[in-house]
Design a protein around this ligand. Structure first.
Ligand SMILES: CC(C)(COP(=O)(O)OP(=O)(O)OC[C@H]1O[C@@H](n2cnc3c(N)ncnc32)[C@H](O)[C@@H]1OP(=O)(O)O)[C@@H](O)C(=O)NCCC(=O)NCCS
Length: 209
């Protein structure tokens, strides 16, 4: 198993992998492959953390990171980071690859000076890589009541004390605009989606939408 930077020649394979990994997991079909496709040219994209995992001669995993912002109560914006999508091909799920890829990426992120990350996800996976509820660090989710303990909103200080040393005691987070690209451009998304082999959209338990 190897982990390396994504190359332009990988783009289509990685988008297809992302589509396979997310298909019908959180909604009918998925949009994460389009998010990735569009994000690579977004100034928030972090190319140094655009990583693929290879096994058995092909790409089985991918993760990307984005610049983000925390907003203090007085409106001050503090530069921060988030990540995702993270994908492991369905044939390789639940074999430890996702955690290996995530931990490798977090170590690289720390080396780059990324001191804090928050994102939406399932704590049963992310807690293995050191994430906990963001509310425990005083970080609130923009779409939920301020004092709510939001079970899917997770965070981690990669550099201990980073929040305090950056003047963050309490703050609010909203995902960067780049993550909503499919909702904002449904026609462009549909045209892009039509370039992939057709797949059946199914209602499955656990979907969010
Ligand atoms: C989520 C994902 C990246 C995890 O990668 P993975 O290789 O399957 O996970 P791992 O084998 O490294 O999991 C390590 C542990 O995390 C937990 N875990 C993994 N996936 C989980 C999930 N979907 N829900 C709850 N817990 C999970 C388990 O405790 C697992 O250990 P176990 O299998 O011994 O019980 C991968 O399954 C995937 O691509 N899923 C579809 C896309 C997705 O949901 N991405 C994340 C969006 S937030």
């Amino acid at each position: 198993m190897t982990i390396r930077l994504e190359q332009p020649s990988d783009y289509r394979e990685v988008e297809n992998l992302t589509r396979e990994a997310f298909w019908n997991v959180y909604r009918l079909g998925c949009t994460e492959h389009y998010v990735l496709n569009q994000y690579r040219s977004n100034p928030d994209f972090v190319p140094e953390l655009d990583l693929v995992m290879e096994e058995d001669g092909h790409i089985i995993g991918h993760i990307m990171f984005s610049r983000a912002q925390l907003v203090l109560d007085d409106g001050t914006r503090v530069p921060s980071w988030t990540f995702g999508p993270i994908s492991i091909h369905p044939d390789y799920k639940r074999k430890g690859y996702g955690l290996k890829l995530l931990n490798y990426a977090l170590e690289k992120a720390r080396e780059l000076g990324i001191g804090f990350l928050c994102m939406e996800g399932n704590i049963n996976f992310y807690r293995h890589a050191g994430f906990d509820l963001a509310s425990k660090l005083g970080i609130h989710y923009h779409a939920e009541p301020r004092d709510a303990e939001v079970p899917y909103f997770l965070a981690q200080e990669l550099i201990p004390g980073w929040l305090k040393s950056n003047g963050v005691i309490e703050a609010t987070y909203a995902p960067p605009k780049g993550y909503f690209v499919a909702d904002e451009n449904p026609d462009a998304f549909e045209a892009y989606e039509a370039t992939f082999p057709s797949k059946v959209k199914l209602h499955l338990p656990g979907q969010l939408v």
